[in-house]
Design a protein around this ligand. Sequence first.
Ligand SMILES: [Fe+2]
Ligand SMILES: [Fe+2]
Length: 286
Amino acid sequence: MSANQPKNNESTTGASPGWAGWLRHFEGNVGRPLPAIAGGEPALVGSIPAAIRPALARSLARFQVGEGGEGRVAREVWMVRLGSIDDAYRAALGLFVREEGRHARILGGMVRALGGELMKSSWSERLFVRGRRLAGLRLKVLCLLAAEVVGIGFYGAVGRRCGGALGAALAEIEADEAAHLRFHVALFRAETRGWAARLVFAAAWLAISGLACGLVLVDHRATLRGLGAPLAGLGRLYVGLIGGTLAAVVSGEAEAATEAAGGLTSDRDLGAARHTGDVTAGLLGL
Ligand SMILES: [Fe+2]
Ligand SMILES: [Fe+2]
């Protein structure tokens, strides 16, 4: 967690969810040098077995499309009035979108290094973009929140199995996604003060995040299997991340989020789960 990120309790106990702190966090990330893999140099993926590269390139190309497609929300947020957001939030959301664009550039380099081709769109990306466009800001951010959970699990599992320059860059992106998750959680903690709002959030969150994680497991099963990442283990990791996020928003109790995020770390087969559980606990401010 960066020094600028507000702690979770700042977002629940005061009138302000700490957007100025989040703006400083994203401003502090601007100008970071791109990792070497963004240059698309094939030598940097030399340690990745040739047999897995086509599937891995396809998977990363799909994620690359999703990372680059969120610009509209950064403009729309300036027309939206919600009780808990201010101009600092709006500016922070704009920088968040830029950070996702940076992820797209890095993933694009990975795809080129692996000898794959970039995509203009994918069916799963179109589904989520269409859903987001029909929705108001809160539902859009809910979709973004689901994308963070998806990214934390997938980038973590893949990055730790690939290692090298590609693995290091995916670890950096995973850490960014963990901060993004906390940023979006802060919005929903501020926007769901009553039981009715929390119930609506819980229903929408479980449906959308469950769908998003299920699609990833199906869509990227060849890549995950090829890298030796057990689908069941990643599925349990997603269940824990979804539950931990729900607990952080709805109950606001740190212990509930710890249990939800930590329960999945017992899967010894998925080394990524242990690490990501730690990341999740950290991003939830635990
Ligand atoms: Fe991202
Ligand atoms: Fe993200």
